[in-house]
Write a protein of this length. Structure first.
Ligand SMILES: NC(=O)CC[C@H](N)C(=O)O
Length: 232
């Protein structure tokens, strides 16, 4: 499987994505500077990494969404190619209108780093097919603007079409405001587009995949992608 990881000025989780996909999963993983206009030939998965692209100026992800490489990421997504946006990558995908909604400042107005639990809401996606609906996994968050929001009609539409991939929950899988770290509406931690080939999430699965470095709650997503490509 060939993975492209666009790198913007201020990205820092590109290295986590390269480690997870390259070292841990053994995939051919290529960093791509944001000024490039084409993804590498035969790219199957694009991971838009976390970080602080353009210093989070204007709004997180707003400037990166206009970077030259993003036109080719859109083409890749329009052709059904897989795109995973993590944290700042999720913010960039919303700003690029590849996903609906916006990430506002955390309700606490503070940067939060913590481990959270996520409940799988959709287990039929290329990103989740190795998991089951209702499964709970633990991954880290590290963000200042993870408070996902949508206009009420758009939110109703997102929920009705099953666009919510992951929700924050307790270790036992219970849903509720008490388990939402940032104020995100309906406890939404990750969403997918209509076709299910673009997924954005605030938590960092790519930081929880290597047993040498710590817990491996993020592996379900990478195993799902491996399965999706084995069957393709
Ligand atoms: N870890 C990240 O990608 C951080 C995203 C963004 N800079 C924020 O603080 O919300």
């Amino acid at each position: 499987m060939r993975v492209a990881v666009p790198v913007f000025p201020g990205s820092n989780c590109d290295h986590d994505a390269l480690h997870a996909c390259g070292t841990v999963m053994g995939w051919d993983t290529i960093p791509v500077w944001h000024q490039e206009t084409r993804l590498p030939e035969n790219t199957e998965l694009v991971i838009i990494p976390g970080g602080f692209s353009y210093g989070d100026y204007l709004r997180c992800g707003a400037i990166a969404a206009l970077s030259p490489i993003m036109a080719d990421v859109k083409r890749h997504a329009d052709n059904g190619g897989l795109v995973l946006g993590v944290c700042n990558g999720f913010q960039i995908l919303c700003e690029a209108q590849l996903l609906p909604g916006a990430l506002l400042r955390n309700e606490s107005l503070r940067f939060i780093h913590a481990d959270v639990h996520l409940r799988v809401e959709r287990a039929d996606l290329p990103f989740t097919r190795a998991m089951k609906a209702g499964d709970v996994f633990r991954v880290p968050i590290a963000h200042a603007e993870g408070n996902f929001t949508l206009q009420p009609e758009e939110l109703a539409d997102l929920e009705a079409r099953g666009g919510v991939a992951f929700r924050y929950c307790s270790a036992a899988g219970e849903i509720g405001e008490a388990h939402v770290p940032n104020g995100a509406v309906n406890g939404i931690a990750g969403i997918t587009n209509l076709k299910g080939n673009v997924l954005g999430m605030m938590p960092h699965p790519e930081r929880a995949v290597d047993p040498k470095l710590g817990p491996t709650g993020g592996l379900g997503i990478f195993r799902s992608l491996a399965e999706a490509f084995a069957r393709a």
